[in-house]
Write a protein that binds this ligand. Sequence first.
Ligand SMILES: O=C(O)CCC(=O)C(=O)O
Length: 269
Amino acid sequence: MAENTGISWTNHGWNPRMGCDKAAPWCAGESSAATNLGARLWIDYQSCFLDQVRAQHIFDWLSKQPMRPETGECKKPPTHDTIQWGPRQAYLACVPSEFRVTSSGPIPQELSKLHTEIEQRYQAHFNTIQVNRHWDQNSYVQPHTDNMHGHVVMLSLGAPRRFLLRYKHDDKAKAKRWKVGDIFFDQVLPSGSLLTIYKRHQFDLTHEMPTQLEPCGVRISLIWRYLTESVVKGPLGQQSLIQGQAEYKAAQEAWLKAEAARIGLDIDG
Ligand SMILES: O=C(O)CCC(=O)C(=O)O
């Protein structure tokens, strides 16, 4: 799959010989997405958002937090454990109660610097950080789209893992450059990398982490979202999103106003 991936913008496909514990050779500078303006309108990918010392420090701290096995699915057993600070989104009704996670309280002090960096990068407010600890090569994330309003921001730490984004709809333009299921993004995410799907394209892409054959160690992902009360309560789907629109808008405006005041900008004048 290495040379001719049919991927819209990436230069390389995944090289299975890399395994997932080896250092990522491309984690040496700017993101490959930076070379493609089209992709930059949909996602933000920074292969080296955090340096390795800081990435390891956060990984070590998170590894000591009390996580619980979780699954978003109805029949399959968990392959990761989770902790979530800030509100936790609704589960499918059939997910067994022992594999559901509730909020562990507000975003902890230890992550507040990182949290502020993320908010300032996107000029957006996030009220929750979900942390998934993927145990090994058998851990996976099924292709899905999140049910929420804003950007989805994901920081990867630890073992590099392959992560894919696929088109959820055929290209509506005359050119028909892609069809549903085609790969939009296919990279092995190094420790310290940041991958964000912008809010206006949330529902145009699915995201997934496949299992892999080669053994590998633990990958921890941190995911920032803004979750409205209606998305937290459920049901999943369009209805909760419509209900939460006003709350989402008000929260973002309040955050921007506070941010403007912080830097001494008069946005009401
Ligand atoms: O943990 C990950 O890598 C991704 C998790 C995810 O896609 C989700 O929670 O929606």
